[in-house]
Write a protein that binds this ligand. Sequence first.
Ligand SMILES: [Zn+2]
Length: 382
Amino acid sequence: MTNGSKSHSRNRRSITLAATAALALAAPLAAGSPALADANFPSPNGNTNTASIVDYADLVAQLEQLENTSRFGLDAFTLAEAGTAVNTSETGRDLYVATVGSGPEAVWLQGRIHGNEPYGTESLLAVLKELGTNGSPEWKLLRESYTFHVIPMYNPDGSELNIRHTVLQDGTAKRIDLNRDWGVGKFEAVESEAYYEYWTMVDPAFAIDVHHQGLKTERGDGDEVTLSLGVSLAPGGPTLPGVQGGAYDVLTRQMQVHVYDELSKYGYINIDRYDVGRGIEIDIKGGVVSAMMLGLNHDGLNPEGHSNPAIFFETSGNTSDGSLGQKARGKSIKQNVLALQELLVGMATGEVQQEDPARWDEIPHAPVTGYQTDTGVIPASF
Ligand SMILES: [Zn+2]
């Protein structure tokens, strides 16, 4: 086992270029022209051609290309190179990370922990391209504020199989949901061990996790929802208000309120709050970003109890059942890129931290009836 050393060569926390305060007033991001709701997004019409989805070989090739064409020091590497004790997928695939930026705070961005939710990969590759090449003030601000640790394809085995899980290679062929595997007594899959140790090396300031959900219509008017905003330990729920004195219960809501406001400018994006159905909010401790918020100390690798706030995005539609038409692909990726960009800039400028967290209630959602915990649903009146 590793000694948990935090001095390996990839760690850049020692680099402390100050963020340029003047850039806090950087020009606002270009707003899309208001558009009519787009009937093609989400669309169940026209199967997505899965051959067009980025696969593992594409990921490796694109990361190499991003590193080679970067103007601003993008570094793509494997967890083996980073020095984690466990560093491949169940079937032995290398696990890739890309870093870019030289800011004093680390930011963790991950996608495709569920292998059949492909646009996390493509959204994060698009963000990496901007971080690596875009010289405009807001991207410069991001590079100077943060050091990004980007995991575009958390689950390469599931991605290659176009399934949610990874499959244990211990003879059981047991399927593991990697987003339920950072729990006490869990860590059944090697991917969990590998990324967890890397998280303890990085100690991020905050994290964002990109997912897909099924097709969804808005409560009331029945409009198609294109993006749901979530926190995997429900704000105001049974767990999060007791974490870090309630700080994450406030900040995660501010983060999502900011995304909601900024993305509502774009006509084709229709946002609501994530739930698992019937007003049941998610409150799972074993989710990766939940465990980050809880400061999980697994295997003694996080003795100081580092924790960080985290949120997730859920693009509507997926590819495993053909529910998301090809026409929606570009827009699905674009809305994630916009959400990531607006949130990151808002965090760097301090706009997010000025949002009113109570406005979380203004984001469309069903009345909260209960909480989906790791062990079952509990009523909202816990
Ligand atoms: Zn997912």
